[in-house]
Design a protein around this ligand. Structure first.
Ligand SMILES: Nc1ncnc2c1ncn2[C@@H]1O[C@H](COP(=O)(O)OP(=O)(O)OP(=O)(O)O)[C@@H](O)[C@H]1O
Ligand SMILES: [Mg+2]
Length: 270
């Protein structure tokens, strides 16, 4: 379970105004819930995820994961609880290492050095199983340098690495944004399969309304550092991209979204 309580992060550029990138945000994500996060550019999505990962410090408020108050923990210390896949396929993997070697690095992370199975037969078997489960065929590429694989394949390996020790929270900040549409779609399907099978508590940022409507158990819309829409349960399951577009209109009429943001969000509807 992830609990974010009254979280605030303010940035001030020299000479510029102070921006509250996250502005008094409170929400709780029960274990096993797949949350999709949307919002226009600069609305605060990455800052919110960064504050959970520990790359951004809260100015006030509290974050708890699995009952631990991690608010003041370093990014390193949180790594035991938090798995992440980055936007850039090169960011989460080492190009010169093979797929299996990359996975071995993830398997050893935070564990006592010299775990025999980390390079042995058992790792190979388990890596093959996990890869084939979310993208059949990839299990045959274990000995290829990851630098020779496509961005989409690298992101699937990154997903397997980020979830190897079943993190309490998985953070995906536009992890398909750098991919072509077909590859992005494959990675999103692989993500949904993995999250469902492992019942992972996940936050996934996307700019696709199709994904926002069609994936996950819950949808959060972030605007100017606040959550202005939170749809879950049966309402989320019924939600279509069209419904979502009309929800933006309603929020705009209620002054919870400005005109430009409502227009930008609606334009994402394809
Ligand atoms: N390190 C920083 N220093 C100063 N301002 C920052 C910093 N990081 C983010 N901001 C500002 O905080 C606000 C929120 O940024 P953030 O990156 O969280 O938005 P986002 O919703 O992830 O946008 P995008 O969709 O473009 O990724 C923006 O106004 C941004 O300029
Ligand atoms: Mg961002």
């Amino acid at each position: 379970m992830l609990e974010v309580q009254d979280a605030t992060v303010a940035f001030s550029a020299p000479g510029g105004p102070q921006v509250r990138a996250v502005d008094g945000v409170t929400f709780t994500v029960p274990a096993g819930t797949f949350v999709v996060v949307i919002g226009t550019n600069g609305s605060g999505k990455s800052t919110l995820l960064g504050s959970v990962a520990g790359t951004v410090r809260l100015d006030s408020g509290q974050i708890r994961i699995a009952g631990h108050d991690i608010t003041r923990w370093s990014e390193n210390r949180r790594a035991r609880f938090v798995g992440r896949v980055f936007q850039d396929p090169r960011a989460g993997t080492a190009s010169s290492l093979t797929v299996l070697e990359n996975i071995a690095v993830a398997a050893c992370r935070g564990r006592p050095a010299g775990l025999a199975w980390a390079t042995g037969h058992r790792l190979r078997t388990e890596a093959a199983e996990r890869l084939s489960l979310i993208q059949p065929g990839l299990e045959r590429r274990l000995d290829q340098p990851i630098g020779s694989m496509s961005g989409g394949q690298r992101q699937v390996v990154s997903l397997v690495m980020a979830t190897w020790h079943r993190p309490d929270v998985l953070l995906l900040d536009e992890h398909t944004a750098a991919l072509d549409p077909a590859a992005a779609d494959r990675v999103v399907q692989a993500t949904a399969r993995l999250v469902r099978e492992q019942k992972l508590t996940s936050l996934m940022v996307t700019h696709s309304l199709e994904q926002a409507a069609g994936l996950g158990d819950r949808l959060l819309l972030v605007h100017r550092g606040r959550i202005v829409l939170d749809v879950e349960g049966a309402a989320k399951r019924r939600l279509s991209a069209e419904d979502l577009a009309s929800r933006f209109d309603r929020l705009r009429r209620g002054d919870q979204l400005d005109d430009a943001a409502a227009r930008t969000l609606r334009d994402l509807y394809v």
